[in-house]
Structure formats: C-alpha cells, structure tokens
Design a protein around this ligand. Structure first.
Ligand SMILES: Nc1ncnc2c1ncn2[C@@H]1O[C@H](COP(=O)(O)OP(=O)(O)O)[C@@H](O)[C@H]1O
Ligand SMILES: N[C@@H](CCOP(=O)(O)O)C(=O)O
Length: 307
C-alpha cells in the first residue's frame, strides 16, 4: 500500500464517557476540538509542534501519542511508516475526563486513513478497533470516531464495536472543568474487582433507560444518569467533583462525573439550561478552580481531509 496524499488536516472532538451508569460503554461527543495538520516527509524525521493544551508537556518525537497511533495505523494498512511534520492546536484539556488521549489516538488513526492511497482498508470499525486497542477505552474512542452518542462493546476476537445513537435535538451538555488533573489510570486503580449483584442490576436498568433519555426523553435524564458502579468508589481521588455531582443532583440536575473525572458533566433539556447555569453559578461561580463551558453535541465525529 502506498500513500495517496502527503498533507491532511484532522479535527477530532472531545468526549464524555460513562454518562453515569454506562461505565466503559456509553459516550457522547462534544464540540470542543483538537485540530491537527499532518504532512508526510520524504525523510524519516518526526517534528511535532503543539499549541494549546499539552504544549511543552507532551513529547515532540515519535513517542507522541498521535504519531504512535498514526504509525500503528500505517502498519495495519500495510503502508510504509513515513517521517512526519505534525502541528497540533489542542483545545481538549488533558487529564480531566474529556477524552483527550482517545482524541489524540483517533486523530492519528484518521490521519493515516486520509494519507493512504486506499482509505477503505481503515473503515470506521477498523479505526475504532485500533484506537481502542491503543487507548483502551472504546467508550471514548467510539464517539470520537462516530460523533453523537455511542454504545460501545468488546466483541471478543472481533475487537471493539459501537452503535451510534442520534441524540435528541433538545439535549444540552454543560461541563464544569476543574484546574486539577487526574490520570485515568489512577481513577481506574481505585475501582473494586467485584460489585454487589444488586448494584450491577441497578446500573443495567439505568443504562438502558439512558438510551431512551438521550434519544427520545430528555425528561428522564435525572433518573437515567444514576450510577452505583464507579463514581462513589472514585470519590476519594476526586472529592470536590463527587461533592459537586451530588449537590447538582440534589438540585434535580442530571450531573455525573465525566469519564474518569474530575470534570463534571450536566446533561439537560435546552429548556433547563437556565437552571443548570444558576446551580453552577451558586456552586462554583467565582471559583478560580472551575471553568464552566457549554459545548454543543458534536454530531460528525472525527473529520480528516486531504490537501
Ligand atoms: N493531544 C495529545 N497529544 C499527545 N498526548 C496526549 C494528547 N492528549 C492526551 N495525551 C496524553 O494522554 C494523557 C491524558 O490521558 P488520560 O489520563 O487518559 O486523560 P483524559 O481523560 O484527558 O484522556 C496526557 O497527560 C498525555 O500524556
Ligand atoms: N470508562 C473510562 C472512561 C475514561 O475516560 P477519560 O476521558 O477519563 O479518559 C473510565 O471511567 O475509566
């Protein structure tokens, strides 16, 4: 397989995984994007420039996450690894539970798909499978690839799979992003090996209800986002986020920890945005530790175009 282009641009969304009860399964794409400009070089040199989130922190060589994913995708497509000039404009905050690492991996794989002569060898299933294998979380990778809301699952030897849901046009997302970071690996490390059967049953029902709430009945969001499988276990490593989720829920708002935290996500109907804003203002308004944002739902997923 040869390359079919030497210059591509990629836009990839942030994602919020779990959405409460859908641990490791449900996710939502948010219109907060990283932009990448990728040029294949004739030499095997790798040059990485980063502006915005992660600048001065992430590697600037072939160990950079985007480059690693791009090279792995070229390998999968049977295309030669190439030198690269990668320029990233990053807006997704790192280590906050908004899927920055999944976005980086999906962007790298999508860039490879746009670079190779025959993109069909890397269809959406292959992109999702490879991205999940590299990053480990199909619940983030799936909405980053497909946009909208997604249900992801591991299909044994067939790798990760996902179904896309069209979210209700009235669904709105508000994120309360703290200044502190929490590595996903740390937040996974505090989870128990086993959970009570009753809690598993509780979450199965709520996750099923959440599909209905996301797509047809936003009025059900408060009940549908309740969870017993991960957030309480993680409270000690993100006490402020856990308290904030509880306080928002006591106001009747569908708040959850976003991904592995510490960002807090509030899902609501458009008509309830004023209530969300007032509660956020009451709870974190004026605090230098929290930024409140209201990204649209991203319906496209990753987009890559050749130049
Ligand atoms: N755009 C990016 N480019 C390079 N590395 C990235 C990028 N985004 C995330 N990473 C890596 O992933 C780490 C964050 O991953 P993780 O702990 O899973 O948090 P998140 O919830 O943001 O995905 C960063 O510290 C960085 O090492
Ligand atoms: N299901 C995972 C999701 C991790 O998302 P991230 O955005 O925090 O990386 C988990 O809850 O561990």
């Amino acid at each position: 397989m040869q390359l079919g282009a030497d210059h591509v641009q990629v836009r990839v969304p942030a994602t919020s995984a779990n959405l409460g009860p859908g641990f490791d399964a449900l996710g939502l794409a948010l219109a907060l994007h990283d932009d990448l400009d990728v040029r294949a070089l004739a030499s095997d040199e790798v040059v990485v420039e980063v502006e915005g989130e992660g600048a001065g922190e992430v590697p600037d060589d072939e160990t950079h996450l985007v480059v690693r994913a791009l090279h792995a995708a070229l390998d999968l497509a049977g295309a030669p690894r190439t030198g690269l000039h990668l320029r990233c404009v990053n807006r997704i905050p790192h280590g906050r539970g908004l899927g920055s690492s999944a976005a980086a991996v999906v962007a790298g794989v999508a860039a490879a798909r746009a670079l190779v002569a025959d993109p069909s060898v890397l269809d959406d299933d292959a992109v999702l499978g490879l991205a999940s294998a590299i990053e480990g979380h199909p619940d983030n990778a799936a909405p980053a690839v497909l946009g909208g809301a997604t249900v992801a699952w591991g299909a044994g030897g067939r790798g990760a799979r996902a179904a896309r849901l069209d979210v209700h046009p009235d669904l709105r997302a508000t994120v309360l992003v703290p200044s502190s970071r929490l590595a996903t690996s740390r937040a996974r490390g505090v989870l128990p090996e086993r959970v009570p059967h009753a809690d598993a049953a509780f979450n199965a029902g709520r996750a099923a209800l959440l599909v209905e709430a996301l797509t047809r009945r936003p009025d059900l969001l408060l009940d549908a986002t309740d969870d017993r499988l991960h957030q309480a276990y993680r409270a000690d490593v993100m006490p402020s986020s856990f308290e904030l989720v509880q306080a928002l829920r006591s106001h009747g708002l569908a708040a959850t920890v976003s991904g592995a935290g510490p960002t807090v996500l509030v899902l609501s109907a458009a008509a309830d945005l004023d209530r969300v804003e007032r509660a956020a203002d009451e709870l974190v308004g004026g605090s230098a530790d929290w930024v409140v944002r209201r990204p649209d739902v991203d319906t496209r997923g990753v987009v890559a175009r050749r130049h």
